[in-house]
Design a protein around this ligand. Structure first.
Ligand code: ATP
Length: 228
């Protein structure tokens, strides 16, 4: 079944159009990499899907339900767990308080998040603001999982993190995939991203211009759409 179905999506910042025509799908249990050079519209697509930047055209459906016009918290309740760029947690709450505050009933519990990220258990009584960037990203992912999402969206999953922590984040993403979670992920580290992705969709100037399996994304396509 098609979990996320984005068709002909258009979005603006004021009068300036950022998305012209984005088509994107994620089926149940699929990991889709949303790719493209800087400024091509990846973050805006994610924001439009979650109604943080309400689309001005096209459609967004989650398991058949039209998401247009719904407040971001309602989108979250319908089943999208977002890990935004720059990971937002409550700085003055502890790690555990951050996780519990996000909780909704389902298979994901504090114990399960702590098993996925043992570091979060070690740091459970620390304020979120005292965490390293990588630990904050783990917390942001943990928070999204605590909502028991049907679809997890990660914008810049490992950007700016220490190499060791990046590996932990990728390992967690692989575990989530094995568990059957549907994931839409943006990241610049192709050697880690491509093996975990079932499919890639590439954006160029606010348009989806290519979609296919990672194995089909050859050097020519990479140079054309992702090269500097
Ligand atoms: P990056 O990897 O650099 O974040 P991206 O692919 O996520 O790139 P977006 O951030 O979605 O791209 O940007 C798409 C377009 O929208 C760009 O032309 C960008 O300059 C513009 N844009 C993004 N945010 C805003 C904003 N708050 N106000 C105005 N224009 C914006």
């Amino acid at each position: 079944m098609m979990l996320l179905e984005v068709a002909s999506l258009k979005a603006f910042y004021g009068a300036s159009q950022a998305l012209f025509n984005v088509d994107l799908t994620v089926s149940e249990g699929e990991v889709v990499a949303l790719m493209g050079r800087n400024g091509m519209g990846k973050t805006t697509t994610i924001r439009a899907v979650c109604n943080l930047t309400p689309p001005r055209g096209g459609s967004v459906r989650l398991a058949g339900t039209d998401l247009r016009g719904r407040r971001p918290h309602h989108v979250a309740r319908l089943g999208i767990g977002l890990v935004p760029e720059g990971r937002r947690c409550f700085p003055n709450l502890t790690v555990e308080e951050n996780l519990v505050a996000a909780a909704r009933s389902g298979a994901w519990t504090l114990e399960r998040v702590n098993t996925l990220f043992p570091r979060l258990k070690e740091r459970r009584d620390q304020m979120a603001l005292s965490l390293s960037g990588g630990e904050q990203q783990m917390l942001a992912i943990g928070r999204a999982l605590m909502t028991n999402p049907r679809l997890l969206i990660l914008d810049e999953a490992t950007e700016g993190l220490a190499p060791v922590i990046r590996q932990d984040i990728w390992a967690a993403i692989r575990t989530l995939k094995q568990d059957g979670l549907s994931i839409l992920v943006v990241d610049k580290t192709l050697p880690e991203l491509l093996p975990v992705a079932d499919r890639c969709t590439i954006l160029e100037n606010g348009r989806s211009v290519w979609t296919g399996r990672p194995a089909e994304l050859d050097k020519t396509l990479q140079d054309r759409f992702l090269g500097i």
